[in-house]
Design a protein around this ligand. Structure first.
Ligand code: FMN
Length: 161
């Protein structure tokens, strides 16, 4: 069984945490990696978001439905399980995750979804992953971690895994 973590995460200024060097979702993604031995792939925007939270919020809204990414997903044929991990942006995953998943064929894969958020839980992330990843076996029981408590979440991640 080989697993791949596909994640989006943004450092800099964010809600409830001030300026941070490592994004909340990346912190949790590293726990998943440490606990499962999965490989990691980071989805990055073609143009980075502003470091300022207030501006980033507006940029993210404008990018919904049109969010170019720096690099397409790697070849996923050697993986059976895919962890899709993203902060909740405007109620679902970051717009760049939609771009990354739209361009990939994840049919036949087991997909598990983890969000970090500040109140929305998973939002519509699991439903949206299911809509995009046709033919994949999407676990409807996703995990939602409060972003500002990402550092203390390893036990919760382990229990869910
Ligand atoms: C553009 C933007 C939109 C956000 N929208 C939501 C939201 O709709 N619901 C929510 O609970 N949190 C929202 N947040 C908070 C993030 O989901 C939360 O801080 C997350 O942990 C950030 O993860 P990261 O540090 O890995 O990027 C938003 C943050 C940003 C920057």
């Amino acid at each position: 069984m080989k697993a791949l973590i596909i994640y989006f995460s943004r450092a800099d200024e964010n809600y409830g945490v001030g300026y941070i060097d490592k994004g909340n979702t990346e912190i949790v993604a590293e726990y998943v990696r440490d606990l499962t031995g999965a490989d990691m792939f980071r989805v990055e925007p073609a143009v980075p978001y502003s470091a300022k939270y207030d501006i980033c919020i507006k940029e993210a809204k404008q990018r919904i439905g049109n969010a170019p990414i720096k690099e397409e997903l790697p070849d996923v044929s050697g993986y059976d399980t895919i962890y899709v991990m993203s902060p909740v942006y405007w109620g679902t995953y970051a717009p760049e995750m939609e771009t990354a998943l739209s361009g990939a064929d994840l049919s036949g894969k087991k997909i598990r979804v983890i969000s970090t958020h500040e109140g929305s839980g998973l939002g519509s992330m699991v439903k949206d992953v299911k809509r995009l990843c046709k033919g994949a076996d999407v676990d409807m029981n996703g995990l939602a971690i409060t972003g500002s408590r990402a550092k203390g979440s390893k036990a919760a991640v382990e229990a869910w895994l």
